[in-house]
Design a protein around this ligand. Structure first.
Ligand SMILES: Cc1cc2nc3c(=O)[nH]c(=O)nc-3n(C[C@H](O)[C@H](O)[C@H](O)COP(=O)(O)OP(=O)(O)OC[C@H]3O[C@@H](n4cnc5c(N)ncnc54)[C@H](O)[C@@H]3O)c2cc1C
Length: 494
């Protein structure tokens, strides 16, 4: 019979990552653990991270959260995808929705049928075959137990952390306010034994979760896990963020508009708009970025705009000795597809599933590290796709992105699609073929050929099938309420 040797968990940092970890551990393993989270009011959090992807719903369901309660507390709105402007070329606009595109068969993806229809002169826009995409276009939304709509949330990061804090404390997690001044290690093993706070308090633990953000106080500054830099593939490194009052009904999508050295986001919440200007400091000065950003804002900022520096890349190992890094401490793929909160939730869920009750099993540590790295690399490839597959040649930034070498894994995917219209989805893939399809086409990747399965049907039958599918989607979307109206009745924020 094994006995439990790991019981005291200390979470360093109380941003989104820290409180997600606290919520998952306290809710699922609370009776078996002593959980303490330490955060510093003086240091604060990164203060961005307000757009999510649909996996957040699964995480919330596992926690047993009430959706309306969470949305009211975080002043959240619904998100059905991202609208991209000026990415494939200046003036382009496409949508990456969370929906399924058409109906695939065992023989091949829907895109082959659609391309056959296009070759025969009908078929229309690929987006006509996606419910969520059409709902974005018309800014409509509804959810119910019966409706099958794939959605995520836009949320206020500060309010969300506060909500998860209350949830975690109700499940037994303890919060300590203070600044970690020193990380104390065992002189023989190098394992972390305690955190010394600046006021002299000491927090001892068996397992430490590093959620201290980019500084990686435990995983990097103490345990020197190392960092693999991905700047050559994801060259943006700065963002200016500011909030403005809402001036119109909330849209159910994030807007990502490219500019000559990066892109700008708009995230509509119930009470305000989150805005950010992402850029590559090698190609645009901070002054110019700030001026451009302020000129593009829809309204006056509610607070002083904040400059955030970052570096895209991955911690070599996110689990080192008795420390696991989550959130920005573990690595960062820039925010274009809003994947960081998902990766935190996934990491926290894997931790619950693989909790090292009996000590640090090297095989478990290796597996956790491999899994985390694979997940991050797949997200990385998907994000690089947006930068690399472009015809923009209007600035040194886009010329660099368009001509850079990309990871082999991504180059293979693009080649499969470009030559034969094939899309692949591996077991670990976060983004499904539907996502790759929408973004590849949006980024102007035009397949030279496609599977001929569509020719097995008489043209009239193919036309009828596609017309009927399109019509069903259009009718269903027309029956949805406006997104803002649905928000107002479903979960109005106080
Ligand atoms: C520009 C930008 C836009 C983003 N947009 C999105 C998005 O739309 N969607 C998404 O999913 N993700 C996004 N992200 C990522 C997202 O913001 C983070 O994943 C998320 O906020 C988690 O951050 P964190 O908790 O790891 O770090 P932080 O928020 O930085 O929190 C660190 C915590 O550690 C504490 N701390 C640090 N040092 C000490 C110390 N010495 N003593 C005590 N406490 C300490 C701090 O007080 C704080 O509580 C974005 C990131 C950036 C940079």
């Amino acid at each position: 019979m094994s006995t439990q040797t790991v019981k005291r968990v200390v979470i360093a940092g109380g941003g989104t990552a820290g409180w997600i970890a606290a919520a998952a551990l306290s809710r699922h393993l609370g009776p078996l653990l002593d959980i303490t989270l330490v955060e510093s009011d003086e240091i604060g959090t990164v203060g961005v991270g307000e757009s999510t992807i649909p996996t957040a719903r699964t995480f919330h369901r596992l926690l047993g959260l009430d959706e309306r309660g969470f949305m009211r507390a975080a002043k959240a709105s619904f998100k059905l995808g991202v609208t991209f402007e000026n990415w494939g070329g200046i003036g382009d606009r496409y949508i990456h929705s969370f929906g399924q595109v058409g109906h695939s068969t065992w023989m091949g993806g829907f895109q082959h049928l659609w391309m056959q229809a296009a070759a025969q002169g009908f078929g229309g826009d690929i987006g006509d075959y996606c419910f969520e995409l059409q709902a974005i276009k018309q800014e409509r939304f509804a959810t119910s137990d019966k409706a099958n709509i794939n959605y995520a949330y836009h949320l206020d990061a500060g309010l969300y952390a506060g909500f998860l804090r209350a949830f975690s404390e109700a499940h037994g997690a303890k919060r300590v306010e203070g600044r970690i001044a020193e990380v104390r290690q065992n002189s023989e093993t190098g394992y972390i034994e305690s955190l010394l706070l600046s006021d002299g308090r000491v927090l001892e633990g068996d397992l430490f979760i590093d959620c201290t953000g980019f500084r990686g106080l435990l995983i990097e500054q103490t345990l020197k896990a190392g960092f693999e830099d991905w700047r050559h593939w994801l060259p943006t490194d700065s963002a200016i963020a500011a909030q403005t009052p809402s001036t119109k009904p909330a849209s159910p999508y994030t807007l990502a508009s490219a500019h000559e050295a990066g892109w700008q986001w708009r995230i509509p919440l119930q009470h305000r708009m989150g805005n950010g200007f992402v850029y590559c400091s090698e190609h645009m000065s901070d002054e110019e970025a700030r001026a451009r950003f302020l000129a593009n804002l829809d309204g006056e900022p509610i607070a002083e705009p904040r400059l955030i520096r970052y570096r895209a890349g991955a911690r070599n190992t996110v689990w080192e000795k008795n420390c696991i890094a989550l959130g920005l401490a573990s690595g960062f793929v820039e925010p274009l597809e809003s994947t960081s909160i998902h990766l935190i939730m996934l990491g926290a869920t894997h931790l619950v599933q693989n909790f090292p009750f009996n000590g640090m099993n090297p095989a478990l540590v290796r597996r956790y590290n491999q899994q985390s790295r694979a997940e991050l690399e797949r997200v990385r490839d998907f994000v690089i796709l947006h930068y690399h597959q472009t015809e923009r040649d209007d600035s040194p930034f886009w010329n660099y992105c368009r001509t850079m070498d990309v990871p082999e894994t991504l180059a293979e995917r693009v080649a499969l699609f470009r030559e034969d219209g094939h899309l692949v989805q591996d077991a670990d893939d976060l983004f499904r073929v539907d996502s790759w399809l929408q973004v590849m086409l949006g980024q102007r990747v035009r397949p030279k050929g496609h599977h001929q399965m569509g020719r097995l049907l008489p043209p009239e039958e193919l036309r009828e099938a596609l017309t009927s599918l399109k019509g069903n989607i259009a009718r269903a979307v027309a029956n949805l309420p406006r997104h803002q109206d649905f928000l107002d009745q479903y979960c109005p924020a106080a």
